[in-house]
Structures are given as structure tokens and as C-alpha cells.
Write a protein that binds this ligand. Structure first.
Ligand code: GTP
Ligand code: MG
Length: 298
């Protein structure tokens, strides 16, 4: 039996969260077409006949502008030290960039095994074009595999799983079989709501919104209703009417979509109450960032 921590790292939007969800067979980490979707580390456990893989999904590595972003990048880089195996997820259509090189250089010093995943191969029509890409990622580093996959379609994800397991140390499982994630239902709920906000907004809004759960009252009886009161925080006065929409249309749509997912997650009816609040400069607010689960700067 093998067991260990597998960190999924890489540039924003590479498909880390899509891959994590695909690997554990459940939606645990939210996904969007906007970069910087994941903001804190998320652990998901997969038990297989060959052993236990503890995946850590991380925020994309980018040049940080706000305190929030500095904490996001720290969350990602902290996992490198913890991991038994690092999986660098890259977009198969892109050349290695600053973030990729940074991770690879760090790993040389840390002496950790590395697998480079070339993701989104479903988008690459001419598969021979992957060869030079594989070579450019393999260049300069030794002792690692480059594996092309599609996290979206699942193509080659089974093969990747086998490779990952083979690298992990031989030992007993790290967690009980029932343990699945370190995320509370409260946090998962906030994230699901944020996912719907991300899907509906554009420009600066996806980056300047956060979701805070004000009250989460679990249903006490079987078939009872879980009541969730949440605030969507925005950075500027001008953003509030955008999230609310004409005649409340936008917030209503966000609420309907989030409630559907929340009911699925909680396996029962949900009452969801959403409010939009202006909280200027929340991305610099250390206490709020603590609350959102982003690691402190050391
Ligand atoms: N075509 C295609 N799209 C993919 C694939 N994997 C992910 N995507 C899309 O890429 C976008 C980003 O995916 P995420 O999983 O949120 O990426 P991420 O690396 O977690 O991004 P951050 O959390 O922002 O760092 C989404 O629109 C996904 O649907 C893939 O294999 N093929
Ligand atoms: Mg993500």
C-alpha cells in the first residue's frame, strides 16, 4: 500500500481544480473560465486499491497585487514543502512561463518528485505539436515525467493516477477511509455561491468579490430545510448594482443556481438568502482574509 500528499500547482486557469474534481470523482473545488478562481488550499482524499492519494488543490501562481493575492501565492507555495509528489499542471497550448520555472526551480532544491501534466489536450488538434512542448517542459530538469491529459474529458487521467501512485511512499493510509476533505460545509457553500458569481460576472468583478456565510442553520429534522444567509462582498459602490442586476435579476439568478448546487451537496432543501455588501479594500483586510481561510504571511 502507498499513501501520500499530492500537490496540484501551476499558473491560474491551467485546470488544477478541474483535475482534482476529476481525480476524486466529485465536485469539491470550484471551477471557472476566469484566472484566480481558487483562493485557498483544498484537500480531497482518494482511496484506491493501490493506496491513498491526498490531493491538495492550490491557487494559481501569479504576480500578486493585493494582500489577498500574496496570501494566495503563499498558500500554493507552502504546499510544495508538504507534498510527497508535486504535480505541475500546465496548459498544453502554452510555453513554460515564469510561474512554471519558479516551481521547477524550487523543486530542484527540495528534491521532490515532479510530474508535469500537459492539460487541455482535447483542444490540441495536431497532436504532433505536443512533442516540442513536452521537450521544452522536460528541458533543464531531470527525473520527472511529462504526461498529456484532458482533465475535462478524463482522457489519460487513469494513466496519470497510476503514475502518481507509483511515486508515493509505501506506507499505511494517512486518513480514515471515511475522511474525504478538510473543507467544512460552510466553506463549500460559500465557494459554490462564489462560483455562480464568477460565472455571471466579468472584468474586475470576479476578482473583487468574496462570499461570506453569515448564518448556516443546519436542518435538524430529516427533510428539514437548511437555512443559509450569505453576503456577496464587493470592493466599490459601483459594483453593487451590477451584482444585483436590473430589478434584482442577476442576484436572483445567482441565488437560483447556487441553491440548486447547495441542495445537491446537502441532500435536502435549502433556503438561501443573499445580500450584496460594499466592503472597500476587503482584499487588504487581514481579518477577513483569515476568515476566508487564506494563510497568514510569515
Ligand atoms: N478544454 C479544456 N478545458 C479545460 C480543461 N481543464 C480545465 N479546463 C477549463 O479551464 C478553465 C479553468 O479551469 P480550473 O480548473 O478552474 O483551473 P485552475 O487551474 O483551477 O484555475 P485557478 O483556480 O484560477 O488557478 C475552466 O473553464 C475549465 O473548464 C481541459 O482538459 N480541457
Ligand atoms: Mg482552481
Amino acid at each position: 500500500m502507498r499513501a501520500g500528499y499530492v500537490a496540484l500547482v501551476g499558473r491560474p486557469n491551467a485546470g488544477k481544480s478541474t483535475l482534482m474534481n476529476r481525480l476524486i470523482g466529485q465536485k469539491l473545488s470550484i471551477v471557472s473560465d476566469k484566472p484566480q478562481t481558487t483562493r485557498h488550499r483544498i484537500t480531497g482524499v482518494l482511496n484506491t486499491p493501490g493506496g491513498q492519494l491526498v490531493f491538495i488543490d492550490t491557487p494559481g501562481i501569479h504576480k500578486p497585487e493585493y494582500t489577498m493575492n500574496r496570501r494566495m501565492v503563499k498558500a500554493a507555495l507552502d504546499t510544495l514543502r508538504e507534498a510527497d509528489l508535486v504535480v505541475l499542471v500546465v496548459d498544453a497550448a502554452e510555453e513554460p512561463g515564469w510561474g512554471d520555472r519558479f516551481v521547477m526551480d524550487r523543486l530542484v532544491d527540495l528534491h521532490k518528485p515532479l510530474i508535469i501534466v500537459l492539460n487541455k489536450v482535447d483542444r490540441v488538434k495536431d497532436k504532433t505539436s505536443l512533442l516540442p512542448r513536452i521537450e521544452s517542459y522536460a528541458k533543464g530538469t531531470t527525473n520527472h515525467a511529462v504526461i498529456p491529459i484532458s482533465a475535462l474529458t478524463g482522457d489519460q487521467v487513469g494513466g496519470l493516477l497510476k503514475e502518481m501512485l507509483a511515486v508515493l511512499p509505501e506506507r499505511e493510509p494517512l486518513f480514515d477511509e471515511e475522511y474525504f476533505t478538510d473543507q467544512s460545509e460552510r466553506t463549500l457553500a460559500a465557494e459554490l455561491i462564489r462560483e455562480k458569481v464568477l460565472a455571471r460576472t466579468r472584468d474586475e468583478l470576479p476578482y473583487s468579490t468574496a462570499v461570506v456565510i453569515d448564518q448556516f442553520a443546519e436542518a435538524e429534522t430529516l427533510g428539514g430545510v437548511t437555512k443559509i444567509y450569505a453576503s456577496i462582498l464587493v470592493d466599490h459602490d459601483s459594483q453593487k448594482p451590477i451584482v444585483i442586476g436590473k430589478g434584482g435579476e442577476m442576484i436572483k439568478r445567482i441565488g437560483t443556481e447556487a441553491r440548486k448546487d447547495l441542495q445537491e451537496m446537502l441532500e435536502g432543501p435549502v433556503y438561501l438568502d443573499l445580500h450584496v455588501k460594499v466592503r472597500k479594500d476587503w482584499r487588504e483586510d487581514e481579518r477577513l482574509l483569515d476568515e476566508l481561510g487564506l494563510p497568514k504571511r510569515s
